[in-house]
Ligand binder design. Structure first.
Ligand SMILES: C[S@@+](CC[C@H](N)C(=O)[O-])C[C@H]1O[C@@H](n2cnc3c(N)ncnc32)[C@H](O)[C@@H]1O
Length: 285
């Protein structure tokens, strides 16, 4: 990334400006402008793909696992807890059929489901990053969970569970990180029981100005700097956050991808001015 930035800076400063201008726009975009003989500028926006390969994502979360919860609550000013609370109320457990939380990280949504079901429904908390799961297992000891809450190392793109098993399959701020979003969604739909719900909590972009502008500035400029400074993180995990959010679909675009995965009656619930949205799809009975 650094090398790319350097070469872009080089291009920006060394190539005659009336021939080619390249510079970093917002959130990982490269803006290319070419001046034609007519003197008009034509511009094209091309997205720099964010590297979401399994290894990169796993290593990045492994490197921040010990600080993840603290950072999460600090950078969101604890609003993330409220979003998960709303999720388990909106998509509430019914009876004692099992619940699966994928990309569970340190397990916060899984713990919220355990609480919401009063420990009666077995909860499976799955993630492919062992270090994040280890933090979750420690939390489980401290919280003294009674009832079943099991942490399982698993890739969301290839879930090791049989079809139609879970009454709810949830994910919070994780789908965005899955290398193949559609494959992840298909797997979530596959293991969900007919008539059950798939609940996806993910960042989105507010549409209401001037909040949109202020939030955009905080999210893209301030948050990565505070994150990196506090986490002392070499892997740029907190620049990855706005980059990955910037390129991930939200609103109707994501709802359509959820339908394509085989779910129906997809509903959207924006929260906190649209900073986050809960998407809920139902598996056909
Ligand atoms: C931003 S954290 C979210 C953790 C948690 N759900 C929360 O609400 O705080 C994203 C998690 O997704 C996991 N993840 C990303 N891609 C994955 C995949 N393909 N399979 C399983 N876990 C994945 C990462 O290891 C990381 O723990």
């Amino acid at each position: 990334m650094c090398a790319v930035r350097k070469s872009l800076r080089f291009a920006f400063t060394h190539i005659p400006k009336d021939h080619l201008l390249m510079y970093f726009g917002e959130s990982g975009y490269v803006v290319v402008r070419r001046k034609h003989n007519t003197g008009n500028h034509q511009s094209a926006r091309r997205k720099m793909a964010v590297d979401k390969s399994n290894d990169r994502v796993r290593q990045m979360f492994a490197s921040i696992a010990g600080k993840y919860d603290r950072m999460n609550h600090l950078l969101s000013m604890n609003v993330d807890k409220y979003w998960r609370w709303r999720t388990v109320r909106r998509v509430a457990p019914r009876g004692n059929a099992p619940i699966l939380d994928v990309c569970t990280g340190t397990g916060d949504l899984a713990f919220a489901y355990w609480k919401a079901s009063n420990g009666t429904a077995p909860i499976v908390a799955a993630d492919f990053c062992r270090e994040m799961l280890d933090v979750g297992r420690e939390k489980k000891k401290q919280i003294c969970v009674d009832g079943e809450l099991t942490f399982v190392e698993a890739d969301t793109q290839q879930l090791p569970f049989e079809d139609n098993r879970f009454q709810i399959v949830s994910v919070a701020f994780g789908l965005r990180n899955v290398a193949d979003t559609d494959q992840g969604l298909r797997e979530m739909a596959r293991v969900c029981a007919p008539g059950g719900n798939v609940a996806i909590l993910e960042f989105s972009m507010p549409s209401w100005q001037p909040f949109k502008a202020i939030y955009g500035w905080y999210f893209r400029r301030v948050l990565p700097r505070i994150g990196q400074w506090l986490a002392r993180n070499d892997e740029s995990a907190y620049s990855y956050l706005p980059e990955s959010v910037g390129e991930f679909p939200y609103g109707e675009a994501l709802a359509e991808r959820i339908r394509q995965a085989g779910l129906q009656d997809v509903k959207r619930y924006p929260m906190t001015f649209g900073i986050a949205t809960l998407y809920v799809g139902t598996k056909p009975a």
